[in-house]
Write a protein that binds this ligand. Structure first.
Ligand code: HEC
Length: 477
């Protein structure tokens, strides 16, 4: 309401955030939070297994260095950029929610920023000093200690962000007392952290094993040793990840579990939901079988054996993120702000007086016969556009036609009859906030889309229009 509405009609706004955020999580968890301790442990193994007259096992050390190089390049480029990208995309699509979160977590984000910058600097130091540290035993030991230190730092950045993610799902008693401490002590925080920590380790182990297989082609001895260690690493973390998943699942409120089947895919997909459970069990078993085999018979591990579980692990981490984003609906901040960026406590006012009157940016505030479609477009932008498009992904005409028949002209009365009840059957949608006139205008606009085929433009292409009741002309009168 207070911000101009950015809108991507072909891709869907949620999609933009999701793509960037998911990519970021995959890199952050798989190649930093879980990977740094894994690599440090490998580096330590080289030192421990070396002969008494050498600093470390140099061949092994060079092998591990190569594996670190891959993560170093990816985390400091795509990883760092997508991290900042989440800020850009979320503040474009969902400015009001970011504005609220900033007010709660100002100091957390302030500290997180320092921790993040420090983390990047530490990664640079860790990687760039690696070769030099091989010159003396004490330098090597310092380097390894530095690796552990970096691992803790990467974990702390995740631990801060997870507090915010948990908060958005269920702010707990923050809705009564708005304080940072209440924000941090939200009920989903620790269970989510208990799940993410070992899962990051697990995914990193699989990625590490994949690189070992690829880089070890000409070095069968190093390859076998690396695969064996990765197997041990995975076997250690997998049970913890499973326990974490169960703890996390058990704290999810029932309303979120109810959203789960649509969250995983789309509504059509919800029928295959049970199938998905089977796929998860198969994938977990696959990872465990691979890890056990890698531990017992490392030299017989083939690349395809690693690629499939690795793909599954990254895939599930991605699905997990999408699900987390989705199941908190209809809220963007649980019990406080709906996904359409309107605060729950403002709803009674909007229902009575209409939302257009309070929108800072709208083309009209008074609805009459001649501007109905135009007003309906504004109402759509304010109440549906964070999740629906007019022509692209999850298009509004498509979802209505799916209910009332494809190719048939929509009936304005049926559309207007459905909208005030939409949140009851489909609990992931917020209730419609506007008054009767706005409902009627919205229904007319949706129907008009069937013939106009209009693609809704966001402010980024259409420009900003201040609500006429707030314009300079009105104030001058
Ligand atoms: C928080 C996001 C969100 C908002 C806001 C939202 N919707 Fe939806 N809506 C969805 C999702 C997700 C679906 C399911 C799409 C699918 O999986 O096929 C859906 C489905 C629908 C359906 C089809 C329901 C069915 O039973 O088949 C209709 C109709 C609909 N939305 C209308 C609206 C209208 C009108 C608005 C604005 C007043 C709106 N929605 C706002 C997310 C939202």
């Amino acid at each position: 309401m207070d911000f101009p509405m950015f809108h991507l009609d072909w891709l869907n706004n949620r999609f933009l955030i999701a793509v960037i955020a998911i990519l970021h999580v995959l890199i952050n968890h798989g190649l930093a939070v879980g990977y740094i301790p894994y690599i440090t442990w490998m580096e330590y193994k080289g030192l421990k297994n070396s002969k008494s007259d050498e600093i470390t096992d140099m061949k092994w050390d060079a092998f591990i260095y190569k594996k670190m190089k891959v993560a170093f390049i990816i985390t400091t480029t795509i990883g760092a950029m997508t991290g900042v990208g989440i800020w850009f995309s979320a503040s474009l699509v969902s400015p009001s929610s970011i504005a609220s979160l900033i007010r709660v977590f100002f100091w957390a984000w302030f500290i997180e920023w320092f921790v993040f910058v420090t983390e990047v600097v530490l990664i640079l130091i860790y990687f760039l000093t690696w070769k030099n540290s091989n010159k003396s035993l004490s330098a090597k030991m310092r380097h390894i200690r530095f690796g552990w230190f970096l691992a803790v730092f990467s974990w702390i950045t995740m631990a801060i962000i997870v507090a915010i993610l948990g908060f958005m799902m269920d702010p707990g008693n923050w809705n009564e007392h708005h304080s940072l401490l209440n924000g941090f002590s939200n009920p989903i925080y620790l269970p989510q952290l208990a799940f993410r920590t070992p899962t990051a380790m697990l995914v990193a182990g699989l990625f590490g094993m994949l690189l070992t297989v690829i880089f070890g082609k000409k070095e069968p001895e190093l390859r076998a040793k690396g695969i064996k260690y990765a197997g041990i690493w995975i076997l250690c973390w997998a049970p913890l990840s499973l326990i974490g998943a169960i703890i996390y699942w058990n704290v999810l409120p029932e309303a979120m579990i109810a959203n789960m089947s649509t969250a995983v895919g789309t509504m059509q997909f919800s029928e295959y939901y049970d199938l998905l459970k089977i796929i998860i069990i198969v994938a977990i078993s696959l990872v465990l079988v691979l890890a056990t085999f890698a531990f017992l018979k490392p030299s017989r591990v083939k690349i395809w054996m690693v690629i499939i579980p690795c793909f599954c692990a990254f895939g599930f981490l991605g699905v997990f993120e999408r699900v987390r984003e989705f199941i908190r609906k209809p809220y963007v901040i649980g019990g406080y702000m709906y996904s359409n960026l309107l605060r729950e406590e403002d709803y009674p006012l909007y229902k009575k007086e209409g939302i257009l009157k309070f929108a800072t940016y709208a083309s009209t505030s008074e609805i009459n016969e001649s501007n109905k479609i135009q007003a309906g477009r504004d109402v759509f932008m304010l109440t549906c556009s964070r999740c629906h498009t007019t022509k692209g992904v999850n298009s509004i005409t498509y979802v209505f036609e799916r209910m009332y028949g494809f190719g048939k002209p929509l009936d304005v009365a049926s559309v207007a009859g459905y909208i005030p009840n939409m949140h009851m059957g489909r609990t992931y949608m917020p209730p419609f906030p506007g008054n009767d006139k706005e409902l009627d205008a919205l229904a007319h606009f949706i129907k008009s889309l069937q013939t106009s085929g209009e693609s809704l433009e966001g402010v980024q292409s259409k420009g900003v229009q201040v609500n006429p009741i707030n314009s300079v002309e009105t104030f001058k009168k």
